[in-house]
Ligand binder design. Structure first.
Ligand code: ADP
Ligand code: MG
Length: 848
């Protein structure tokens, strides 16, 4: 057995349990081992019954002296009643609805019992529903120790999870510890297998501390290492420098209906300065909801397009993509910039007629909007008939080829971790079909361009359905008339025999192989390589005339030293990256989390916004508030009602949303249109709901915090937050930012289940804070970083299951360790296990 074994191979495990485990994403032994407890019950001291009676809670080791089931008269419930006793005393013990206990715990059985004692007027002291564990040869795992408590799901008991993990644990021994020994020694960290054993079933508190330290270190170390690797990797690339066109930018800005805020100016400046470099920008733009990040993005798009490069704008959802398409084309309608929407269901193109040569602001707007097929949009993007493409991530993933993509903007970036960014990087690496950089040394650049032109002509003239020889004849004619020297079917000596023929050798410099087949095959490539070697040429072109979009492959003879990029990443052109997020991550955190990024921050909201009226509503005023909401909706407004997660097992908050929805629908607003939104809906269903809300067909949207962060629904003027005390301040602030976007006065009502003074004071910070950053800092101080983001967004903290961003000491240690390791070379040659670990991490992410 090894740790990749599926849990289904365990003895005595049924499909029902497996299903529940799958809900927790637990499929293999490995998953179990890394399913960490989120807290521990300290049942470590075994008490006597006398002691337990005074302490009221704890663990005892005692014998069953009597046990029987009976039914409770009123509620239809089975009650198991027992008397347990030890040397000191005996105690009545009661369990509800677990009749099997009477057979498991026969009189005379000795067991550990852990739980609380309750006092009842009629029945006296009772041990209520204690966990039990039969005392045997094995060390107890459910009682009599520091007992782990795990995140779980409905009807999967702690006991079941514990037992499974106990079964899995011996296999921890088989994991190779990938953390280099020198690091372990230097930081006094226990081996991985020990840490895993101890995190689940700690021998004592100090071992728990040590293993926590080790496992937190692991996570933080890996993040830092990946960050630094990405940063190094990026340095190897070149990007097309984009000129900061000051005059045109000014012209654009003066024509805006509002003044840019200082922060917008500053951020835009930082970005545009970055774009001028020939190293790829990799920058995060942070700013509150409504702070106007899109405008900054538009300024960078404008400059990119004025330099005749293409830009891609990626939104996290289809709806947002559509919304941004409308916004961006609105602002750029007077510029000679063609803007496309590329989404799964919809493609549109907005074109502006240009007077040729003119790059400046046009006096009269004449933008044409048309629907367009996916295929023809793809073609236009490839031929640079489109300057800006707005879409979802499918844009890059579907392998749309750009002629010269120079800028990629990713909105609401906080959903993506460092791994996703590096995956994105490798996705875009190959999207440019044309060379961009004027000064780059490309072997036989002119000649290959000339040839490419001729190949295109051949295909244009001959179509895609001829035979190889016919294409060759046509090509020969064209070469002749273009005055290019060539040899046709030049014998190539392979393995001592001159029996193979290269299709063409052009000017004794470039070897050309023609194909007419549905796809290139690997062998075509190897054949050309062999030809190149024996002909002692440096460059080969592989041309397949059956290809829909003719794309001759440049193949370099590796035996030649060269500057060219095709085979080595180092000189490939990649686009600049701008990521945008509304999650106000304090700078210190951002540096840990996004160590590979530079940071720009917008920390002010445009002037003249109506202030959102925010109120902490005491429970006595709940009805009144609902009446107010009804009034607002009668006036045409719309409302969000946000629900928190109920418990860790309800990871998506689905239960609470459904409960709330039912309550509102039945008792409070039976006459209104209410819809429900949560993370378990399919994208299509989500779109449908959001569209309905956008069109004001839905009055009230009951939702978890998944409501698309950036969505702009100007008509929604009410936000009710249930269980407000469960949210981080910064998160509340962000939720609040979804209203107050239109002309209407907006209201945010906070309902708290817990009405303590402390809750009230914390929530009050929301009423006074100037911006999200201030709140994020406060949150960090008050509640720790996990809370800033909330469980739902923790996808963004993917690599952090156990470490906290407040573990500043460990963060520092991990950073040092990453530096030490990298100082010995980024290939990690001396650390094959670590190298493999990093590679696996990147791969799993990429596959998702
Ligand atoms: P976010 O940062 O959340 O993406 P948006 O870019 O959607 O914010 O901007 C929110 C609204 O504010 C938009 O309607 C936008 O046109 C407007 N806006 C942007 N900048 C300014 C400004 N400097 N002054 C006034 N309104 C602005
Ligand atoms: Mg936005």
């Amino acid at each position: 057995m090894d740790i990749n074994v599926p849990i289904s191979q365990f003895k005595r495990i049924g499909t029902v349990t497996l299903k529940k485990l799958e809900k927790l994403k637990l499929k293999t032994v490995q998953d179990l081992l890394f399913h960490y407890p989120f807290r521990y019950e300290d049942w470590s001291k075994v008490l006597t019954i006398t002691e337990l009676k005074t302490k009221k809670s704890g663990t005892v080791k005692a014998k069953i002296t009597l046990i029987a089931n009976h039914r409770s008269p009123r509620k239809r419930m089975v009650i198991t009643e027992a008397i347990i006793s030890d040397k000191t005393d005996s105690l009545k013990t009661i369990w509800f609805n677990q009749p099997f206990l009477a057979t498991v715990l026969r009189p005379g059985t000795e067991a550990y019992f852990a739980g609380k004692i309750d006092f009842d007027e009629t029945y006296g002291l009772e041990f209520l529903n204690p966990s039990y564990e039969i005392a045997g040869r094995k060390e107890p795992i459910h009682t009599g120790r520091l007992v782990p408590v795990y995140p779980t799901t409905a009807n999967l008991s702690q006991k079941q999870i514990r037992s499974l993990i106990r079964q899995a644990l011996p296999l921890a021994q088989t994991i190779n510890d990938w953390l280099p020994r020198e690091i372990r020694t230097a930081h006094n960290l226990p081996p991985l297998s020990v840490a895993l054993e101890q995190i689940h079933f700690p021998s004592n508190k100090s071992w728990l501390e040590r293993s926590l330290h080790r496992l937190k270190f692991d996570e933080l170390f890996l993040i830092q290492l990946q960050n630094q690797l990405v940063r190094r990797e990026l340095k190897k690339y070149q990007a097309p420098p984009i000129k900061f066109n000051l005059d045109e930018t000014k012209k654009f800005v003066t024509h805006l209906p509002f003044q840019l805020t200082d922060s917008q100016r500053k951020s835009a400046w930082e970005i545009l300065k970055d774009l001028e470099k020939n190293q790829p920008m990799n920058r995060l733009l942070e700013g509150d909801v409504g702070s106007g990040k899109t405008m900054v993005a538009i300024l960078t798009i404008l400059n990119t397009c004025l330099s005749k490069y293409q830009a891609a704008y990626m939104a996290p959802t289809e709806i947002l993509a559509k919304q941004h398409f409308e916004t961006i084309r609105g602002f750029l309608r007077q510029w000679p910039i063609n803007i496309a929407l590329f989404s799964r269901t919809d493609q549109k193109l907005a074109t502006t007629k240009t007077q040729s040569g003119s790059e400046s602001l046009k006096s009269s707007a004449s933008q044409r909007l048309q629907k367009i097929s996916k295929a023809s949009l793809i073609k236009k993007i490839r031929n640079q008939k489109v300057d800006v493409v707005i879409g979802t991530h499918a844009l890059i993933q579907e392998g749309v080829n750009f002629a010269n993509l120079a800028l990629v903007i990713i909105d609401e970036q906080h959903r993506f971790g460092v791994e996703q960014r590096s995956a994105l990087l490798s996705d875009t690496k190959h999207t440019n079909t044309r060379e961009l950089h004027e000064e780059r040394k490309i072997i036989e650049k002119e000649l290959s361009y000339k040839l490419n032109g001729i190949f295109f002509d051949v295909q244009k003239e001959a179509g895609r359905y001829l035979r190889e020889r016919q294409y060759a004849d046509l090509l020969e004619q064209k070469l002749k008339s273009a005055g290019i020297a060539y040899q046709r079917e030049n014998p190539i000596e392979l393995a001592g025999r001159k029996s193979n023929f290269a299709d063409f050798i052009i000017e004794n410099k470039i070897l050309v192989e023609l194909k007419a087949k549905p796809f290139f095959e690997k062998d075509d490539y190897y054949q050309l390589l062999r030809y190149l070697e024996s002909a002692k040429l440096q460059l080969g072109l592989l041309v397949n005339f059956k290809q829909k979009f003719l794309k001759p492959k440049r193949i370099l003879n590796p035996k030649f030293e060269s500057f060219e990029c095709d085979s080595s990443i180092s000189s490939c052109l990649v686009p600049h990256f701008l990521s945008m997020t509304a999650t106000p991550i304090p700078r210190s955190l951002a540096l840990t989390l996004y160590g590979d990024l530079d940071l720009s921050i917008i920390d002010e909201i445009p002037k003249g916004r109506k202030k959102i009226i925010t109120k902490i509503v005491p429970w006595t005023e709940r009805q009144e508030t609902y009446e107010f909401v009804r009034q607002q909706i009668k006036n045409g407004r719309q409302a969000f009602i946000i629900c928190p997660l109920i418990d860790p097992s309800d990871q998506l908050g689905v239960k609470s949303v459904k409960d709330e929805y039912n309550k509102l629908k039945k008792n409070i607003f039976p006459d209104l249109e209410i819809a429900i939104l949560h993370g378990q809906l399919k994208p299509k269903e989500k779109d449908k709901v959001m569209n309905g809300f956008l069109k004001n067909k839905i009055n009230i949207l009951v939702s978890t915090t998944v409501v698309e962060v950036g969505i702009d629904i100007a008509n929604a003027s009410i936000m009710i937050i249930e269980g407000a005390e469960r949210f981080g301040l910064a998160q509340l602030y962000q939720l609040k930012g979804r209203i107050g976007r239109g002309a209407h006065q907006s209201y945010c009502f906070l309902f708290a289940d817990n009405q303590s003074l402390k809750t009230y004071q914390r929530l009050k910070a929301l009423l006074t804070a100037k911006n999200g950053f201030e709140l994020a800092e406060k949150d960090l101080e008050l509640r720790g970083p996990g809370e800033i983001f909330g469980t739902e967004q923790s996808g963004y903290l993917e690599g952090l299951k156990i470490a906290k961003l407040t573990d500043t000491d460990i963060i520092k240690e991990a950073q040092e360790a990453a530096n030490t390791i990298l100082s010995k070379g980024p290939e990690l040659r001396a650390y094959p296990l670590l190298a493999k670990k990093i590679k696996n991490l990147q791969q799993t992410i990429h596959l998702e």
